[in-house]
Each structure stands twice: as structure tokens, then as C-alpha cells.
Design a binder for this molecule. Structure first.
Ligand SMILES: [Zn+2]
Length: 128
């Protein structure tokens, strides 16, 4: 079942960091600190976006999608292509997806959104 549950959007937090860099309150090197494994994941599993890097403005950022969940076994913590998620959402009850944007030019990285996928029962929150 392909439906995103418990979506958390980190857009506001990301904009606050970008504003802080533009105002000079935060040094770019403090936020452009992608670890080698993340840069490698961006190269091999990343998906291109149309969003220009908000820090260096030289390159579009790449989305890297990680999956975590107790039921995933060996898949937990792995980077996945968005196309893999539909299959996984069918095969597993519940796992959380983390989408991180990465600039391969300056190493800027920030979580953009997380959500839960899986074929488990829908959340009852908000229902009578
Ligand atoms: Zn950049």
C-alpha cells in the first residue's frame, strides 16, 4: 500500500539554517559537512532534483533516501531508490523513510522529510 503516514516536513528547519548561513551567523563549513558515506550514497543512489543548492548555488541538490525499521532486517539503514519503496511498502508492515538532500559540490546536507510506509494498519489518530 503506497500511502505516506506520519509525514514530518523539515522545510522550516532547513530554511532557518540557510538563513543563518546567509546572515553570517553560521559558517558554511558547519553545515556543508556531508560524511563520505553520504556523498557516496548521493553518487550511487541519489536522485537528481531541480532544486539549486541553497548554500553554494552551483549545483542542484541530490535526494538520498534511507529506510529504517525493525522489520527491515538487512535493508535497515540502506539507501534506496524511490522506485524500490513501492515494492518495500508492499512487502513490509512499517518502516520509516528519511529523505536527505545533498549537494555534491559543497557537501551541504539536510533532512528534508521523513514518513512512514508499509502495508500495516492505517493510523487511527484523528479518527473517532
Ligand atoms: Zn552546494
Amino acid at each position: 500500500m503506497w500511502s505516506q503516514r506520519r509525514v514530518v516536513d523539515y522545510g522550516l528547519a532547513k530554511r532557518a539554517v540557510v538563513r543563518s548561513v546567509r546572515d553570517g551567523r553560521t559558517l558554511p563549513r558547519d553545515v556543508c559537512d556531508a560524511q563520505p558515506y553520504l556523498l557516496r550514497a548521493a553518487r550511487h543512489f541519489g536522485e537528481p532534483t531541480e532544486r539549486l543548492c541553497p548554500v553554494c548555488e552551483r549545483e542542484n541538490v541530490t535526494n538520498v533516501t534511507y529506510v529504517y525499521g525493525d522489520s527491515l532486517g538487512r535493508h535497515a539503514g540502506q539507501a534506496k531508490a524511490t522506485s524500490d519503496l513501492a515494492v518495500m511498502a508492499h512487502d513490509y508492515d512499517e518502516f520509516r523513510v528519511y529523505v536527505v538532500e545533498v549537494c555534491q559540490s559543497c557537501s551541504w546536507n539536510h533532512l528534508t522529510v521523513t514518513y512512514v510506509l508499509g502495508n500495516g494498519p492505517p493510523d487511527l489518530v484523528g479518527q473517532p
